[in-house]
Design a protein around this ligand. Structure first.
Ligand SMILES: *Cc1c(COP(=O)(O)O)cnc(C)c1O
Length: 415
């Protein structure tokens, strides 16, 4: 029988129903501590990327540990405010298309810094800062033109991507920013993508940023912050590498790679991990509705679907799936099945041709490593209410988001 820390998944399924997201508070705290330990002795702040998992209870927990936050919308700003007001001063605001109301709200909240992604955005920021009568701290998010081996949808550090400003143009834009007394060039930022497994691309990107920081200081800018972005990847697969995946080692390697280039930076380092903190602390619990044979294929149809977790459909992502009762690794005798949801799309699958211990209708199965980009990307596609979420702390399981009802879904509609 599978447990999440001290709590039985079977019991959680019975109490709260399925599909159900289950998170381990202990695991999130542990991941956070890995960064704190690896970067100890540096001036740094971990600005957790809210979009990975934006549950208020998780934000509140991280804020208490001293985390700042990387936000990409006015909605996420409001989440941070509701989770912990004092964390607002540790917020960096990223994103390629910020709206006036979002900029105004962030200026009013006196966030740490705007990560500005275009010259037009910088002009808008200066304008809004003047209207509000406050100076806006900003960093340009530069595009270092570094290749990182990841899925093309989550790679962001190349010139062809919509993100950031060509690093070769940044210096001129910083120079122009001096014309506005409402702009304070406080930092430089970079983010090359997500689910990046090697640490070298992070170091390469930071080395380019370090060069720019030197130039900017010579130009008279008071650069205090370097934002190294997020993107550190985890191991989702059950390959032999899985069992040797050592998160502590990974964060140490990451810190060592950054240290090599940032030792001379003399700046406060901002880190924006999302996935690495929460992905492996979460699982999606679901119940088998039907086991169906079509020709030679066997389909395990579950009550969770792509609207609950879109990663396999969107990124061809791999997630391990285990039966909750009598879980075991698949053996040679196990038949390959497709684990799919009930949504009317052939892209609605969690696993294809996957050897799995036999399951039957009514069984609980659990999809692992679902803590990041799971619930935060969930939708109501097919008019399906979104799942409930539970945060387990030791032996206590707390419902942190109730299951949506049909009434919730219809509330905004005007028939
Ligand atoms: C998505 C994102 C992150 C977090 O990426 P992870 O891969 O989850 O660590 C950090 N910074 C920015 C700007 C992002 O867009």
């Amino acid at each position: 029988m599978l447990l999440c820390d001290g709590v039985s998944l079977d019991g959680l399924g019975q109490t709260h129903g399925t599909p159900l997201y289950v998170y381990s508070a202990k695991q999130i705290r542990h991941r956070f501590s890995l960064f704190q330990d690896a970067f100890a002795g540096w001036p740094f702040t971990i600005c957790y990327a809210v979009k990975a998992n934006s549950a208020l209870a998780i934000l509140r927990m991280l804020a208490k540990l001293g985390a700042g936050f990387d936000i990409v919308s006015g909605g996420e700003l409001e989440r941070v405010r509701r989770a912990n007001k004092t964390a607002l001063k540790r917020v960096v605001f990223s994103g390629v298309g910020k709206q006036v109301w979002e900029i105004d709200a962030a200026l009013k909240a006196q966030i740490l810094m705007f990560n500005v992604e275009s010259e037009a955005e910088l002009a808008l920021l200066a304008e809004r800062a003047e209207v509000m009568g406050v100076r806006a701290r900003f960093a340009l998010r530069v595009n270092p033109d570094v290749f990182a081996d990841t899925h093309p949808y989550i790679s962001t550090g190349l010139r062809e991507h919509k993100f950031g400003i060509d690093i070769g143009l940044a210096r001129g834009i910083y120079r122009k920013s001096k014309k506005s007394k409402w702009l304070d060039a406080a930092g430089v930022s970079v983010h090359i993508g997500s689910q990046i497994r090697a640490v070298e691309p992070f170091a390469a990107a930071l080395a380019r940023v370090a060069g720019l920081v030197g130039e900017l200081r010579r130009d008279g800018h008071n650069i205090r912050y370097v934002d190294a972005g997020g993107g550190l990847g985890i191991d989702y697969s059950d390959s032999p590498a899985h069992s040797t995946f050592d998160p502590a080692r990974k964060v140490k390697d990451y810190a060592a790679a950054l240290r090599k280039v940032s030792a001379s930076l003399d700046a406060h380092l901002l880190l924006e991990p999302g996935r690495f903190l929460v992905a492996q602390a979460g699982a999606l619990l679901m119940r088998v509705l039907v086991v169906k044979k079509n020709g030679t294929k066997t389909f395990v149809i579950t009550d969770a679907a792509m609207n609950d977790l879109i990663r396999p459909a969107l990124y061809q992502a791999h997630h391990e799936i285990l039966p909750v009762v009598q879980p075991r690794r698949p053996g040679a005798a196990d038949t390959a099945v497709d684990v799919v949801g009930p949504v009317c799309e052939s892209g609605d699958f969690f696993a294809r041709d996957r050897a799995m211990p036999k399951v039957k209708a009514g069984d609980l199965v659990v999809l692992l490593d679902a803590g990041a980009y799971g619930m935060s990307q969930a939708s109501n596609y097919n008019t399906r209410p979104r799942a409930a979420e539970v945060l387990v702390d030791g032996t206590v399981a707390k419902l942190i988001r109730r299951r949506e009802t049909l009434k919730d879904l219809f509330a905004p509609e005007i028939p």
